[in-house]
Design a protein around this ligand. Sequence first.
Ligand SMILES: Cc1cc2nc3c(=O)[nH]c(=O)nc-3n(C[C@H](O)[C@H](O)[C@H](O)COP(=O)(O)O)c2cc1C
Length: 485
Amino acid sequence: MWKPEERIKFQTSPGSWPSKQEALSSRLFSPIKYNNLSLAHRTWIPAMVPWRATENGEVTDAVVEWYERFAHGKPGALVVEATGVRDIPSGPLLRIGDDRYIEGLKRIVDAVKIASNGHTKIFIQLIDFLNIRRRPTKNKYFNRFLDVTEDHKKTLGDTLMTEKTARAQLVALGDDALEQVLTPREFESYSKGYRERVTDMHLPHVCELPLTLPPLFAEAALRAKEAGFDGVELHYAHAYTMASFLSKLNNRPDEYGGNKESRMRLPLEVFKAVRQTVGDSFTVGCRMLTDDCVAGGSKLEDAVYFAEAFASAGMDFISTSRGGKFEDAAVPKEGQAVYPYTGQSGYECMPHYISDTKGPFGRNAGPVAEVRQALRQKGFNTPIVIAGGIHGFNQAETMLRECSADIIGLARQSLADPDWFEKVRTGCGNEVNVCKYTNYCEGLDQKHKTVTCQLWDRVGIDEEGTPLTRDGKRRLTAPTWNSQD
Ligand SMILES: Cc1cc2nc3c(=O)[nH]c(=O)nc-3n(C[C@H](O)[C@H](O)[C@H](O)COP(=O)(O)O)c2cc1C
């Protein structure tokens, strides 16, 4: 993963923990209610893909246990991982693109409701993504994938050469020369792997996204409702389709690209289709970026504009993140796909403990506060969820009291200790396993391996009955905490 040049090492220091009484009178553990969003506490576990579904995108026992374990900690809300709205092969990522997924998803909902005693609201994040292929070997790219054109032959110096000769000459060239012969997109497909963009108007299915996506999201949301979820989070963040529509890099020539209003058109149409399908009393919000954190991408002013439009359209919450883009991602090894959290924008999304002077904790607080303030000035009370390096009670409480956000998201910290919420609420904060932000979990995610935490995945692995990863080396969920409360 990309790291800032300064390479300053930060140690997590959660500060003092509240007594039970202090926790009870805190803002963090106070309820929040807005439109269809009603949480017992202002705590939130943001979506995290744990790579535990089947290759067909179905819920497994390991998926159910994963969410059940989080629910024992009783967060105010728990967002189930990014779940594909299409019924297409996408590895062990959950899917919701067909009615046959409803039964499995219902198992997650039931487990969470029971484990949290009905305390935790459960939402599911709905995602669409475009085609992306692994980086091919040089031979494969030039002998199988590249469409040899007259331009290639011309640059190689002989328009009459056969296609076979052209391919052989291309394979023999070094990368510097190839960069001159190939178009930028071809060079990208060769050196990083083919990746579609929302601006690929020559592809009919990309051109038609504004027609296909609203019903896909709407049907997915309806399935989520049928499975018993309390609501859905539309994934409008990071490297995926909807965020790419919002991005300033979206220069589609139709009415869905270019200026802010056009870029926002499809995300609004998706929301409206979802709302119309699930009805007025189902919780629907989105996750969006306060900043793309890539050259030419959307900035805070775009985010403010989008957030106002989403609030005005009637979203029940807006969850925030930053970065996580393909544009600046590291070049993958041959046979691997480019991963959007490996560049500087990826760092902004999941900041590591080796950081710059700003540090990894609460990097998004300033921008999120500005988005929130802009909404309040326009008279919108839409709750804003913040995440990014939050692990201490005082840190969370300060963000709420200073009105940076309305709800506090802890992703990696709740992976490190799913009982964070119950421990802190009951005055047992000193028992919290504090996340070190080494991004061990993110490293597993990058390799599409079952996600666990280094703080607990080797604890008690010899004990009988402990569910383990397939190689038997890591436990699948955090050990149980026996509350004295
Ligand atoms: C293993 C892993 C998987 C993630 N998967 C998702 C995801 O499915 N959807 C999403 O919006 N963010 C995802 N994220 C980002 C987190 O939700 C969160 O925004 C980020 O980790 C920063 O918050 P934190 O510092 O509290 O961890 C993932 C993060 C991790 C570590």
